[in-house]
Ligand binder design. Structure first.
Ligand SMILES: [Zn+2]
Ligand SMILES: [Zn+2]
Length: 237
């Protein structure tokens, strides 16, 4: 039995299938295949390091264009509202309609399958970045850390393995660790306490070899008490 579109009367063909009494062309014209929950979104972006807040996580980016890429990949798929008649929806591509900045207009190319026929539609979305400071930059600015473990000359994946193992089995170490930051020639590990930094330094040297060098830096007073920040340098011999 032939199927006809209730709007334009077209008969169903492989090129213009009629599903649920409506042809593909009419669905596209009526905007019924894919919608965006909203045409503008606001995302926190660190004005210092360009990290983007995706859900609860901060993801590093190298600038506005990279941040937009993250938003398109990680956030926009969740904004798609897809008709029951459509399958395999994905964001096929996008382009910037304005210069990547705090407010950028982006055109999305969304593809899907309707009655066996692949289609593409375009939707615009405004991405607003909200200038904030990420926890890492706040931490670094406030210089709340008491100790930094600076590892140089080691195999980073070996270091990573040991660090995550030690943290998993030592709760104290886990609560006192603030952040692990990759730097050009190694990795810096920030701690709230001297003790935790020393503990991890010893365990790393036991496993990986090398030598430990400690230096102190005056870090002002807190609650009337003089503070000294501890820098522990670990160098592969
Ligand atoms: Zn039609
Ligand atoms: Zn930041």
């Amino acid at each position: 039995m032939a199927r006809y579109c209730i709007y334009c009367g077209a008969e169903s063909t492989p090129e213009n299938p009629v599903v649920g009494s409506v042809c593909l062309h009419c669905r596209i014209k009526r905007g019924e295949l894919v919608r965006l929950k909203t045409d503008r979104i606001k995302i926190d972006l660190c004005k210092i390091c360009y990290s983007v807040k995706i859900g609860y996580k901060w993801m590093q980016s190298s600038g506005f264009e990279d941040a937009i890429l993250l938003v398109v990949r990680e956030i926009i798929p969740r904004l798609l509202v897809v008709s029951d008649y459509v399958e395999n929806v994905r964001i096929k591509g996008y382009r910037l309609l304005t210069v990547a900045s705090w407010h950028t207009l982006v055109e999305l190319e969304i593809s899907g399958v309707y009655g066996g026929k692949v289609f593409t539609v375009r939707k615009n979305i405004s991405i607003y970045f909200n200038p904030v400071k990420c926890p890492r930059c706040i931490m670094y600015d406030s210089r709340e850390f008491e100790a930094v473990l600076q590892l140089r000359g080691y195999n980073l994946s070996a270091v990573e393995k040991i660090v995550s193992k030690e943290i998993a089995k030592d709760k104290r170490l886990a609560t006192d660790l603030i952040d692990v930051i990759k730097v050009e020639d190694g990795v810096d590990i920030y701690f709230y306490t001297h003790g935790a930094a020393r503990k991890l330094a010893r365990r790393l040297v036991n496993r990986l070899g090398g030598r430990i060098l400690e230096t102190f830096e005056e870090a002002g007073t807190r609650s009337g008490r003089q503070r000294a920040r501890l820098y522990i340098s670990l160098r592969k011999a």
